[in-house]
Design a protein around this ligand. Structure first.
Ligand code: OGA
Ligand code: MN
Length: 197
């Protein structure tokens, strides 16, 4: 992952999660949904915050990182360790991170966008960890990553346990609609403390 991030600015790692972890998280995710923790995703921040189903159709849960769901603790610790490792080997100056869980209902996607923009200017590195057990190619829902010239670089099928990372400023990307519910833990390593844009 580090080599790939250093060389091309993005990386795709299959089986970052074990099958057992994935299966435990599948159960936990089902419970969080049943507890109505998710709300329709919104775009922007502060006064410009808008709900915009035409651009993104997912539902998210911005759990409190100070008191995360216990089932996520081991993963969040590994993400923290990644941050330390990134700083050590890539000198990214990462100070903090921000994360949410996302669920795309069948047919929903997220149009081409950049994760770092005026309203989210501290996002340095984007991470997406897929939580979909037994995902088939035919289920769709690929993440398409482009370069700044708009050329397609790769298409990632959101198979459970796959971790994708890319520099937030450099890679426009989009989520294609899927045939079944599509789940992920999505986060951003920040070059400023959380809450400071
Ligand atoms: C995002 C995003 C990608 C994915 O939440 O900003 O681009 O594959 N997610 O879920
Ligand atoms: Mn994105």
């Amino acid at each position: 992952m580090l080599e790939s991030l250093k060389n091309v600015g993005w990386s795709v790692e299959r089986d970052w999660l074990s099958h057992q972890d994935l299966s435990d998280l599948t159960v936990a995710f089902q419970n969080w949904k049943a507890e109505n923790r998710f709300t329709p995703a919104r775009i922007g921040q502060g006064q410009s915050l808008q709900q915009h189903g035409g651009i993104r159709g997912d539902e998210t849960w911005w759990f409190d990182l100070a008191a995360p769901p216990t089932e996520l603790l081991p993963i969040l610790q590994r993400v923290e360790a990644l941050k330390v490792e990134m700083n050590r080997s890539l000198f990214l100056g990462l100070k903090d991170w921000d994360v949410h869980l996302a669920s795309y209902p069948p047919g929903a996607g997220y149009k081409k966008h950049l994760d770092r923009h005026q309203l989210q200017s501290s996002r340095k590195l984007s991470l997406v960890l897929y939580l979909n057990e037994n995902w088939q190619k035919a289920d769709g829902g690929e993440l398409v990553i482009y370069n700044q010239a708009g050329e397609e670089l790769t298409r990632v099928s959101p198979e459970g346990g796959t971790l994708v990372m890319f520099l937030s400023e450099d890679f426009p990307h989009e989520v294609l609609p899927a045939k079944r519910e599509r789940r992920s833990l999505t986060g951003w390593f920040l070059d400023a403390p959380r809450g400071v844009v």
